[in-house]
Design a protein around this ligand. Sequence first.
Ligand code: RP5
Length: 163
Amino acid sequence: MGDNAPLVAVMMGSKSDWEVMRQAGEVLSQFGVPHESRVLSAHRTPSQTAEYVSSAEGKGIEVIIAAAGGAAHLAGVCAAHTVLPVLGVPMESASLKGMDSLLSTVQMPAGIPVGTLAIGAAGAKNAALLAVAILAGSRPELRKKLHDYRAEMAAKILKETLS
Ligand code: RP5
């Protein structure tokens, strides 16, 4: 991670997803992982989405996080245009509470995988942590940060007191 070229692309179908998806960016920043965030929609900007994802590998991006809500095709469309790992985050939706987003993201036919995380903020944070874990396979400094992160989380929980 010598230069600041993004290793992770955080994509979302709408700016309305940003309040949740900024939390993925915050986790990546916490681990010092260069990333870029973009609003690109499978439906509203189909050709620009395909173009961005098709060129991601050549730009040095190694993991794509794709969040969408409703008929959430974004992660699947991204996966169709790249062999990079694609992590899908279903957004909570007003009408079906994200069950629509979850099923649209997770139910990929065999051959084009999307690694789907939980609905909403937990999924956003875990997508970033999983991206770090993927990058850590060839980056010992990131592997160490993940160990430290888990140790800190455990220490915090063990210190909890109940009154
Ligand atoms: C999806 O539709 C987006 O990912 C968002 O979650 C949902 C609603 O989008 P807006 O109508 O708020 O732009 O494509």
